[in-house]
Design a binder for this molecule. Structure first.
Ligand SMILES: [Zn+2]
Length: 479
């Protein structure tokens, strides 16, 4: 199984998988629970019907007891397989989803490798970390609703529960805005070197569709609007928001732009506040990611508006100006009931302890230590370890950018090495999938697997067990 359960005791008997599933549910059998059971039942019927090893005729009894309190992080469950039935005990929707994710793998393994014999066993399972995420950059390359939903399915099957949707960057803006229509009219399309137009965006209806689908899988969608840097798509639509307006275009090359949003102009501030509120309304998530990374300060140093803001607010320098800007936006988000999340550069000025810091630079230890010392909650995606756009193999001929992040490196991650004064501040982590060099969804899949198996295990279990490569062989055809 992947991720490996917290506790698993296998005994010598077995349950022979039969062809006709029957579900009995005790306690809290509300509409939402019924929907989760029906979803699994639908999958199971299809799977058993199409299995290469035909299950024996008869009833496969699955008993579900929701009358318990497991006192763990959301998502704990127990599976007890006896020679006559499968018993699931859990206290809510998330535990039930996780139990079904495990059962899919157990049934698949039994029918594919063991003639339909499922070992009798006890599984007691709960997550080590509450934030187990996966990111997808849809700015550098755009992926439609169908592909995003497929991505969410992959996540749910590995008990990943936070989808970080990178919706804006220098190369494309991806959400239709009622208040600022030029964002998609101009910012969603770029002219490639060969003259062709590349781009796309999601309508609000499509965003809602993805959010609803994610919710049915127990996944929270965290939108990211990257600012004040990585904002060339925004500036192409509204150039007056820059320190020195000119005609901007969404970039066609990868890298960091010197032109960023002006933090000195009141107009930029009100634009950002209105925009964030419009985005916040679309996503029920309690979190909104505002980026905050890679914002060169050359323009701010030269800009009379930015310099005036620094003087008026009594700030030390341009780094403090960025903190001031983040603070203003944070207040807007707090008023809207949201917690701000930002890349670890947001720690560079005077950051309060409310925002969640997204640790990414290097091996992440320094930023994690700094976030902990500042009292911020934080999540980790060290680029050396959890950036899946990096090559998966040492061989320079294999696909990928920057450095090398092998499966073994991901397996070796120990989140507790990122816990300092107060271990409750580390919420968990996620892998990031930057798509500069992933023009299609097949490439995304190739870069994601098998490393995502190790990442899911690390944040579910607190560490990855050495036999992961063997377990991958047993279940990978489910993805
Ligand atoms: Zn400025």
């Amino acid at each position: 199984m992947i991720p490996t359960p917290t506790l698993r005791v296998i005994s010598e008997d077995y349950l022979q998988i039969a062809s006709t599933p029957m579900f009995r549910v005790a306690g809290k059998n509300c509409a939402r629970i019924k929907r989760i059971v029906t979803q699994f039942e639908y999958w199971l019927h299809g799977y058993l019907g199409a299995s290469t090893f035909p299950p024996k005729d008869g009833i496969l009894l699955i008993d579900i007891d929701l009358n318990v309190n497991l006192n763990h992080l959301d998502g704990a469950y127990i599976i007890n397989v006896s020679a006559t039935e499968i018993m699931i005990t859990t206290d809510g929707e998330q535990g039930l989803r996780n139990a079904f994710a495990s059962l899919k793998q157990l049934i698949h393994r039994a029918l594919t490798f063991h003639q339909g014999k499922l070992e009798t066993q006890f599984i007691g399972d709960n997550p080590a970390y509450e934030w187990r995420g996966l990111h997808l950059d849809v700015s550098r390359h755009f992926f439609g609703v169908k592909e995003v939903c497929q991505y969410l399915d992959w996540m749910a099957a590995l008990k990943l529960n936070r989808f970080h949707w990178h919706l804006s960057d220098d190369q494309g803006w991806r959400i239709n805005s009622t208040r600022f229509p030029l964002l998609t009219r101009k910012g969603a399309w770029r002219k490639e070197d060969d003259g062709s137009i590349y781009g796309g965006f999601y309508t609000k209806k499509e965003i809602k569709e993805v959010v609803k689908y994610a919710c049915s899988l127990g996944i929270t969608v965290i939108p990211e609007i990257d600012l004040p840097g990585h904002a060339m798509a925004i500036l192409s639509a509204y150039p007056d928001l820059a320190c020195f307006p000119q005609e901007f275009e969404p970039l066609t090359v990868w890298g960091i732009s010197e032109d960023i949003l002006c933090a000195g102009k009141d107009a930029t501030l009100s634009f950002l506040k209105e925009l964030l509120l419009e985005v916040a309304e679309l996503f029920p998530s309690p979190y909104l990611h505002i980026g905050g990374d890679e914002a060169p300060k050359h323009r701010w140093k030269e800009c009379p508006h930015c310099q005036q803001r620094i003087r008026e607010e009594g700030l030390q320098d341009e780094e403090e100006l960025q903190s001031w800007l983040i603070g203003e936006l944070q207040q807007t988000l707090v008023d809207a009931g949201k917690t701000l999340v930002g890349w670890d550069e947001i720690l560079d000025g005077n950051l309060g302890s409310q925002p969640i810091v997204h640790v990414w630079r290097g091996d992440g230890k320094d930023a994690a230590r700094k976030a902990a010392a500042n009292g911020n909650r934080y999540i980790i995606s060290p680029n050396k370890l959890l950036y899946f756009d990096w090559r998966a193999e040492e061989d320079p001929a294999t696909p990928g950018a920057h450095g090398v992040t092998t499966l073994e490196k991901v397996m070796a991650i120990k989140p507790r090495e990122y816990e300092f004064e107060d271990d409750k501040l580390l919420l968990g982590g996620q892998a990031n999938v930057w798509t500069e060099y992933m023009p299609d969804f097949a490439t995304v899949k190739r870069m994601l697997f098998p490393r995502v198996f190790a990442m899911a295990e690390v944040f579910w279990n607190g560490q990855c067990e050495d036999d992961l490569p063997q377990r991958i062989k047993e279940v990978e055809s489910l993805w």
